[in-house]
Design a protein around this ligand. Structure first.
Ligand code: HEC
Ligand code: HEC
Ligand code: HEC
Ligand code: HEC
Ligand code: HEC
Ligand code: HEC
Length: 420
């Protein structure tokens, strides 16, 4: 109580000082450079800069996964460009593919990640003028030196929502003395090239053809799936001319907490335009069924391994045909023979410095998975099918971003596996 009184007294003194500091009004300012009045800030700026609008945007944005998602393990050199505010500012500012260093104190994606004033003439191009970037993109995963244009506002989203690219390239091979550090190309088969369809590939431990969860832009544009030789693919569909924001920043609905800066699709807006019918669920159901059909075919061939966890959730993962050093895994129990089966302590965060230690150690062990191994190199068409599975699975919209192309990728993979 005593403290409270003290505090109140202090506050009274402070406000007294503040009030007494306020002097008389100054003289009128000089004219601008051309002698004309400037733009009226009340009309030009207050369109966006009212407290009410800022608070609304903030409240909506708090519902977004951008706001709640990012964790420290994604402040690393290969993750920060898309998962942190500072990383995004660095790569868009300097035109780079990855940031120069891990950013242990990076912060999450926020208003200024996406927003920056490029000019203050809001009569011209109101909304894109307040976006940090809208320029065509140098795609990250193959460090492509020509740009791809996804359309103005889309280029902002797609700078992050694209195939991820390299994540780590150093491995300590402790299976030899002295230990050596090897460089590994994480995506050795990109871009997948269907002229190689008659060949075979070693899918070795440590290799990865994952496209990562941010793949939405590729499906949306109908590009970069594995396209079988001799097949034709359709790249566009009914909503190809939409922008990401047409669906993800549509009218905010306070009841369902969707739309606007939540970035969660307000699905009422879809149903309204579709005269009350739900186009979404049937498409997602069809594509999910095809995805499972493909995964099951790949599991039968032992390209994939199927796992059901204790709560009954089924998942599929590609099972390497060869160990890290390129030795074919046998299909019978060969213990005590050992293989370079795994990469231990991959990219761990140092608890003292908060920095990532790129110490992927190759470990030797007997093979517990022999009964699930394929026992030969993968055929290129199998790699294509496995890649297409991952492309759809990690895209997260269940094919909605381009149902036509998604179904072609899945069906042609299924057909190839059945015929070969
Ligand atoms: C079309 C909407 C819009 C209009 C119009 C607008 N702003 Fe902004 N402004 C924003 C957004 C969005 C941000 C970034 C988010 C934030 O920090 O609140 C921002 C940020 C700012 C900032 C912080 C610094 C920066 O660039 O990040 C200043 C200063 C600013 N605006 C001044 C103005 C002035 C002055 C005007 C009128 C001449 C104006 N704005 C008109 C949307 C707008
Ligand atoms: C090219 C941009 C990009 C890079 C680089 C990137 N990510 Fe992501 N990541 C995304 C996007 C976009 C999503 C959003 C998918 C969603 O949740 O809808 C995502 C989602 C994720 C998710 C799942 C969603 C979640 O929050 O649980 C994890 C985990 C993840 N990323 C980890 C990483 C790690 C670790 C790295 C670095 C090795 C990395 N990412 C690098 C763009 C990227
Ligand atoms: C993921 C990127 C992203 C983030 C993060 C983001 N915005 Fe936006 N914001 C946009 C885009 C894109 C538009 C233009 C939408 C359109 O085309 O209709 C926009 C439009 C706006 C506008 C102008 C339109 C209007 O309705 O007034 C304001 C103001 C604004 N944002 C404020 C904010 C504030 C404040 C934050 C932080 C709480 C924020 N934004 C975070 C992408 C973003
Ligand atoms: C700075 C990189 C970046 C930009 C720019 C960006 N995103 Fe994201 N987005 C992410 C990451 C990373 C995630 C995953 C969140 C996490 O787990 O950290 C994500 C998640 C999402 C999600 C998941 C659903 C949810 O609840 O939010 C949607 C939808 C989304 N983004 C849409 C968009 C749209 C639309 C734009 C453009 C207006 C955009 N994003 C711009 C990086 C970005
Ligand atoms: C025609 C409308 C439409 C357009 C255009 C669109 N999306 Fe989507 N998006 C959806 C729908 C619908 C979903 C699935 C939501 C669900 O199942 O609840 C989705 C899902 C997503 C997700 C996964 C959300 C999650 O839960 O993790 C991300 C991320 C995303 N979209 C980003 C984008 C980006 C980036 C673009 C532009 C390249 C884009 N979307 C364009 C309708 C659209
Ligand atoms: C401006 C009106 C409009 C809006 C808004 C709209 N759609 Fe559509 N959509 C159409 C039209 C027109 C078609 C093609 C004719 C048809 O199938 O009814 C279509 C077709 C589709 C189809 C294909 C259906 C099929 O059977 O092939 C899907 C899926 C779809 N829309 C999803 C969505 C989603 C999800 C949203 C909301 C994020 C959305 N649409 C918003 C007008 C709209």
């Amino acid at each position: 109580m005593k403290n409270l009184i003290k505090l109140l007294l202090l506050l009274t003194v402070v406000s007294f000082i503040l009030i007494s500091c306020e002097g008389p009004m100054g003289p009128a300012g000089n004219d601008g450079l051309n002698g004309a009045d400037g733009k009226d800030a009340n009309t030009a700026c207050l369109k966006c800069h009212t407290m009410a609008n800022s608070e609304t945007k903030l409240a909506e944005y708090h519902l977004s996964k951008h706001f709640v998602g990012t964790t420290s393990a994604r402040n690393t050199k290969y993750c920060a460009r898309c998962h942190t505010n500072e990383g995004f500012l660095e790569i868009t500012g300097a035109g780079k593919f990855v940031v120069s260093n891990d950013i242990p104190n990076a912060t999450r994606i926020t208003c200024v990640t996406c927003h920056k004033h490029t000019g203050f003439d809001f009569s011209v191009d109101t909304l894109s003028q307040i976006l940090r970037t809208t320029t065509p993109i140098y795609l990250n995963y193959r460090k492509n030196l020509t740009t791809t244009d996804f359309g103005k506002t889309n280029n902002l989203c797609v700078t992050c929502h694209q195939i991820r690219g390299i994540t780590s390239d150093k491995y300590t091979d402790a299976t030899v003395t002295p230990n050596v550090v090897r460089t590994y190309n994480q995506l050795p088969y990109f871009p997948l090239d269907n002229t190689l369809e008659a060949t075979t590939v070693k899918f070795q431990v440590g290799r990865n053809f994952s496209v990562h969860d941010g793949n939405q832009s590729n499906l949306f544009s109908g590009i970069n799936g594995y396209e079988y030789a001799g097949k034709t693919y359709t790249r566009t569909w009914k909503h190809s001319a939409f922008k990401c924001t047409d669906c993800h920043m549509n009218q905010y609905n306070a009841t369902t907490k969707t739309g606007g800066h939540s970035l969660i699709v307000n699905k009422d807006a879809c149903t309204t335009c579709h005269s009350g019918s739900d186009k979404l669920t049937p498409i997602q159901t069809t594509i999910e069924a095809k995805r499972i059909e493909l995964a099951e075919l790949l599991t039968t061939r032992k390209v994939f391994k199927k796992t059901t966890n204790s709560s009954g959730v089924v998942s599929y993962a590609a099972l390497p045909s060869h160990d890290f050093l390129g030795t074919l895994f046998p299909t019978t129990n060969t213990a005590p023979t050992t293989y370079a089966t795994a990469l231990a302590s991959a990219n761990t965060v140092d608890p003292k410095t908060g920095l990532v230690v790129y110490a992927n150690n190759v470990t030797m062990a007997t093979d517990a998975d022999w009964a699930n191994r394929i026992g030969r190199e993968w055929r290129y068409g199998e790699l294509g099918a496995a890649y297409n599975y991952a492309y759809i699975n990690s895209e997260l919209s269940k094919g909605v971003h381009n149902p036509t192309y998604a179904l072609q990728l899945l069906q042609n993979s299924i057909d190839w596996l059945k015929a070969n």
